[in-house]
Design a protein around this ligand. Structure first.
Ligand code: NAP
Length: 281
């Protein structure tokens, strides 16, 4: 069994990006710029935003942090995003989700132009992914593909099963695997024979949000198992896969923490650099 080291791969990606951002600055006389908008005081979001800003600085990306109070009006939030959309020092815009309940998140996100949509959530970017065209891909599934590639795992022709169909993980994950020529099955809470579907997978991606949900009897011998889940149990982070038992059957497996998690921010930075390059081109 090979343990997929997401921390190491993420560090490699960030080191490569540092070179790319330096080249960008030398060529265009300004840094790649990423704006991060945080609305309200959600503690988890504050931690995510802090980590994203620190990662930007380390990779040579200029970050523009904007903190709005929880009771900000819809109009003010939209005006901020529109001003960032017009700012030529900003190449990517990220609005940290979830937003306070009184705000219409869809309308705020719609103020981000596709060219600056570093999260890859816009209908246009999702459409490009569905059409197998170049665009920005959601960071977490993009990070999973990067892990598979860097570990030399060829998905072509393989049976890939994705458990979960959310807009930010499961759906784009399935499209990426399909675009990479895997034979893809997407499972969800209405799937009738989940165990059977999973047990046929050469590559099994768990993105469910239920601790240790994927048990060893659901995994084929020699399968590649990628655990996207992040669940907090008794103060500890636990994935969607029963790592202890499943790792005895898998050929490759990602741990939690230290697997997919570190890749998400690395791919956000990669997306920011790609957006900047496309904008100045
Ligand atoms: P989500 O929006 O809650 O989606 C969960 C998906 O799992 C849904 O499609 C749901 O099916 C399916 N599901 C739930 N219970 C199921 C069951 N009993 N059997 C089969 N399918 C079931 O969650 P998400 O945002 O995709 O996130 C999934 C996990 O990944 C969470 O643990 C989250 O914390 C983690 N995550 C990690 C990262 C990272 O950086 N590593 C990033 C994002 C998310 P229905 O559609 O039928 O409801």
């Amino acid at each position: 069994m090979i343990l997929i080291d997401g921390k190491k791969v993420a560090a490699d990606v960030r080191a490569e990006l540092k070179e790319e951002t330096a080249e960008f600055e030398a060529r265009y006389g300004r840094k790649v710029g990423l704006a991060v908008v945080l609305i309200g005081e959600d503690p988890a979001s504050q931690v995510y935003v802090r980590n994203k800003i620190r990662a930007c600085e380390e990779a040579g990306i200029r970050s523009f942090a904007h903190y709005l109070p929880a009771d900000v009006s819809q109009k003010s939030a939209e005006e901020l995003v529109l001003s960032l959309a017009a700012d030529e020092n900003v190449h990517g815009i990220l609005v940290q989700l979830p937003l306070p309940k009184h705000l219409d998140a869809e309308r705020i996100l719609a103020c981000i132009p596709t060219a600056k949509d570093v999260d890859g959530f816009s209908a246009e970017n999702v459409g490009k992914l569905a059409l197998h065209e170049e665009g920005t891909v959601a960071c977490t599934p993009f990070g999973v593909m990067e892990l598979l590639t860097r570990y030399g795992i060829d998905v072509r022709g393989k049976r890939a099963v994705v458990v979960g169909r959310s807009n930010i993980v499961g759906r784009p994950m399935a499209l990426l695997l399909l675009n990479a020529d895997a034979t893809v099955t997407v499972c969800h809470s209405r799937t009738q024979d989940l165990r059977g579907e999973c047990a046929r997978a050469d590559i099994l991606i768990a993105a469910i949000g239920k601790p240790k949900f994927i048990t060893a009897d659901m995994v084929k011998d020699g399968a590649v198992v990628v655990d996207v889940g992040i669940n907090r149990v008794d103060g500890k982070l636990v994935g969607d896969v029963d790592f202890e038992e499943v790792s005895k059957k898998a050929s490759f497996i990602t741990p939690v923490p230290g697997g997919v998690g570190p890749m998400t921010i690395a791919m956000l930075l990669k997306n920011a650099v790609a957006c900047a390059k496309r904008i100045v081109k």
